[in-house]
Ligand binder design. Structure first.
Ligand SMILES: NC(=O)c1ccc[n+]([C@@H]2O[C@H](COP(=O)([O-])OP(=O)(O)OC[C@H]3O[C@@H](n4cnc5c(N)ncnc54)[C@H](OP(=O)(O)O)[C@@H]3O)[C@@H](O)[C@H]2O)c1
Length: 337
């Protein structure tokens, strides 16, 4: 029943959206690149970052170039990838194939925690540049803090400050940092992070982290913005958690004649957060950025804030490190999807 309702919502929005195209419409030429659709937010280094971009975690290598190229040709300019996703090379191919001029693009990638430390960080950066086929990265993030070996986290960040000075990185940022991690880093670092990318969706509303970041001129970016952290790999398949099936979200989708995903993504962007929904489906890639033609009221935004359950789909940054990551990988091997 709920699935049917979701299906209808998707179809309604697809048929109503002016920019909607059939799913097979990926074969556009570079000359038919659609102008940028997302407004931008100014970072503390002066760069302008799109508020809405495309995520690429779990995008398989065989689909990554096509997904990225399709998104960029259809109004996206922000792409989020990471060394740990194993698809930087294909993401780079998609960027090159899109035909969008480099100076319009905003490309983010992340240094993996096993590459922390001064020399390893610089090697990691150069490897990412090579795989992506780029001369510079618009936003380079430390993927996670490593609280059990924070010296290496700091050493990596300081090495990247030097790389920023020589132009290989435009903006330097962090990901999954709690205020105490940011505070400890800033005792040693010179460059304030421009962005903190954290898990953020209606069931994990980290308003306190966003507010603390804002006080330090750091923009918050939401990963798993529509709750993908629950659906990528459900902790308990018998009790699936689906943010997009929340009754409050569906009610707003009905009111505004939008999809539940558009409602949640608009909530992020109206709250000043960058959001990077991932999809490998053309209709969803199109509809996920078709949301700057309506605004919810303050009360409605607060209602979505109020859905918070403090529930993480991903790991807790307080306890994440290489050993914890290896345990997750091992668990996945033992429990394939
Ligand atoms: N910094 C970090 O530690 C970290 C961690 C995780 C993720 N990230 C970044 O954040 C990005 C987004 O997070 P995420 O991929 O975990 O989750 P997400 O974007 O919240 O959700 C992705 C899931 O939602 C589905 N979906 C996309 N659009 C939809 C729509 N309109 N209606 C219904 N379902 C829709 C996708 O399926 P289909 O693909 O089948 O359409 C996919 O299963 C990642 O791709 C990655 O770039 C960063």
């Amino acid at each position: 029943m709920i699935t049917n309702r979701r299906h209808l919502f998707s179809l309604a929005a697809v048929s109503a959206g002016a920019a909607m195209m059939p799913a097979h419409a990926s074969a556009q030429t570079a000359s038919s690149v659609v102008p940028e659709k997302s407004p931008r937010v100014k970072l503390n280094n002066g760069a302008q970052m799109p508020l809405l971009g495309i995520g690429t975690f779990n995008v398989p290598t065989f689909q990554a170039a096509d997904t990225v190229s399709f998104a960029l040709r259809n109004g996206y300019r922000l792409v989020d990838t990471a060394t740990n996703y194993g698809n930087e090379k294909e993401v780079g191919e998609g960027i090159a194939r899109s035909g969008v001029p480099r100076n319009e693009l905003f490309i983010t990638t992340k240094l993996w925690i096993e590459d922390f430390g001064e020399e390893a960080a610089l090697r990691g950066l150069d490897a990412s540049l090579k795989k992506l086929g780029l001369r510079y990265i618009d936003l380079y993030l430390l993927h996670w803090p490593v609280p059990t070996d924070f010296e290496k986290t700091i050493a990596a960040y300081k090495a990247l400050e030097a790389a920023q000075a020589d132009g290989r990185i435009r903006a330097l940022g962090i990901s999954n940092f709690h205020p105490e991690h940011r505070g400890a880093l800033m005792k040693e670092a010179k460059v304030a992070p421009a962005v903190n990318q954290i898990e953020f969706h209606p069931y994990l509303v980290q308003t306190d982290v966003q507010a603390e970041s804002a006080r330090h001129d750091i923009v918050t970016e939401a990963w798993s913005p529509i709750g993908g952290s629950f659906t990528n790999r459900p902790k308990d398949p018998a009790k699936p958690i689906r943010v997009l099936e929340d009754a409050a979200v569906i009610g707003l989708a009905r009111k505004y004649r939008k999809t539940p995903a558009q409602i949640v993504l608009r909530w992020h962007t109206q709250r000043g957060r960058v959001a990077i929904p991932k999809s490998v489906h053309y209709e969803r890639i199109l509809s996920n950025i078709d949301l700057f033609d309506f605004e919810m009221t303050g009360a409605e935004l607060s209602m979505i804030d109020g859905l918070n359950r403090g529930e993480r789909g991903g790991p807790d940054p307080k306890t994440f490190d290489v050993a914890a990551f290896r345990r997750i990988v091992e668990h996945r091997k033992q429990n394939p999807l």
